[in-house]
Design a protein around this ligand. Structure first.
Ligand code: SAH
Length: 456
């Protein structure tokens, strides 16, 4: 097999990144955007020892699960790699991810629920964070091609709220008008690195964040005056990121005009969101995720609950009315401030928030004799650390509710909990990110009889 060769392939499976999988002369070939059951004529792009990558030249037999989307090729491969698959089949794909990972871990007896569909299949994202670069002498917004920092100019982001797309383009045009330079990452000069827009689904207010190399620039007053005229924009923030780095946001924010928070709603609770705080990006699906977690957790009015990765308090405040007390832990200072404000905003008096690392704070609580009934965890993609798992078990909860955005680290962590006498019998996938391969899920672990003694 060699590069640029054209071969016919029968697709038999989908990889976890949703690439079509075929076998050819002992090699596994991953074909972008091909579906199981299809026969395609494919061009080989890259050959490794046991596998190769290819792209479709022509579909010779088409799958009935294919939908025709008129999408920029780049959007399809970078931002919405499931967009060619019918939505109900996307849901099956996500459930299968979990089933396959359980099988690999010899946990076939665990039940996996049907994936809970998102109320919106496109345009659901309440936030866009897009790179700004100069392309052919002009400032452009867009996205980076996979594994590169080549900007592909783009104005319609497909999974993002269309109102956000409009503001991104309007701000781009204002930056062009005043000849504000785009960031040049090779020489670490220029000015605007990223443009971020967050929108509240419930109020429509939008926060615009310019991520800049300097904390001020000559054209800023003119730019601000025009941005303030865009309907719906309630505030402009300059985020100062002076370093030569791939990290998007710098540590400091400067309010240029308006408010530095927007308010959104999850179920019947209101949340204030600061520029650096994490907020679930699918506003309409989030209450459905939390309600599922609350239902599965079967909370009791006397329960003391820890919300270990609390963010701005969304989970803890959603469970507060069902339980006696909530203690939230979070490492981002802004998020803790938001969580405290949000408790007040919703008249919730039984939730307290603590700044720090969950794996450091929880063992202290365990030592001081705090009794915990339920621990909610909602970690980033890398999952939990063994230190965290030890600390969680030491607080002796009856239940651990694991909300996961990465089934691979979830299954790894569930096995560690099993070793510490916690058991689980089902996982419920929830689609928070339609058109993308990301899989969110809820699992409830229960303490088996004597595990408190084992743990302590
Ligand atoms: N539960 C929230 C936030 C989930 S995102 C929600 O649903 O909105 C995960 C959060 O964990 C982020 O806010 C991140 O800052 C925080 N975090 C990451 N590592 C942490 C740690 N070691 N201890 C406590 N919080 C942590």
């Amino acid at each position: 097999m060699e590069k640029n060769q054209i071969i016919d392939l029968e697709i038999t499976d989908l990889s976890y990144e949703a690439m079509g999988v075929a076998h050819y002369n002992g090699m596994t070939v991953f074909v972008t955007n091909a579906l199981p059951g299809e026969v395609v004529s494919a061009k080989i792009l890259k050959v490794k020892k046991n596998f190769a990558f290819a792209k479709i030249e022509k579909i010779k037999k088409e799958s009935p699960d294919r939908v025709k989307v008129k999408l920029n090729q780049g959007v399809q491969s970078g931002l919405a790699s499931l967009a060619h698959i019918k939505y109900d089949k996307q849901l099956d794909f996500k459930r299968n991810q979990v089933v396959n990972l359980l099988k690999k871990a010899h946990l076939e007896n665990i039940e996996v629920g049907e994936t809970l569909a998102s109320p919106e299949e496109v345009g659901y994202r309440n936030k866009a964070q897009v790179p700004v670069r100069e392309v052919n002498g002009q400032l452009e917004i867009g996205f980076f091609r996979r594994h590169s920092h080549d900007l592909m100019p783009l104005t319609h982001f497909f999974t993002t709220d269309p109102e956000i797309d409009c503001v991104l383009v309007a701000v781009r045009d204002i930056l062009r008008k005043y000849k504000v330079p785009a960031y040049d990452e090779i020489n670490n000069n220029g000015e605007v690195r990223y443009l971020e827009v967050r929108r509240s689904k419930s109020t429509g207010e939008m926060m615009v964040i310019l991520v800049c190399l300097h904390k001020d620039f000559m054209q800023l007053p003119n730019v601000a005056a025009e941005v303030s005229q865009i309907p719906g924009v309630s505030g402009l923030i300059l985020n100062h990121n002076p370093k030569k780095t791939n990290v998007i946001l710098g540590p400091k924010d400067y309010l240029v005009f308006g408010n530095d928070q927007i308010t959104d709603q999850i179920g019947d609770l209101k949340f204030r969101i600061s520029p650096q705080s994490f907020f679930q990006i699918n506003s309409l699906q989030t209450p459905r995720l939390y309600n599922l977690a609350i239902k599965q957790a079967d909370l009791k009015p006397d329960d003391v609950v820890i919300d270990a990765y609390s963010g701005i308090g969304t989970i803890g405040l959603s469970v507060a009315k069902h339980v006696k007390a909530v203690r939230g832990i979070e490492v981002v200072r802004d998020a803790i401030k938001d969580a405290k404000d949000n408790a007040k905003l919703n008249d919730i008096t039984n939730a307290k928030y603590y700044l720090g690392k969950a794996e450091e704070i929880m063992p202290r609580w365990a030592k001081s004799g705090l009794k915990t009934d339920v621990v909610f965890v909602d970690p980033p993609r890398k999952g939990l650390t063994p230190e965290f798992i030890n600390a969680a078990v030491k607080t002796g909860p009856k239940k651990i509710v694991y909300i996961s955005c990465n089934p691979a680290t979830l299954v790894r962590d569930l096995q560690l909990f099993q070793e510490k006498s916690y058991e689980f019998n089902r996982i419920d996938p929830v689609d928070m990110f339609p058109q993308t391969p990301h899989v969110e899920s809820v699992t409830v672990l229960k303490r088996t009889k004597n595990s408190r003694q084992t743990a302590l």
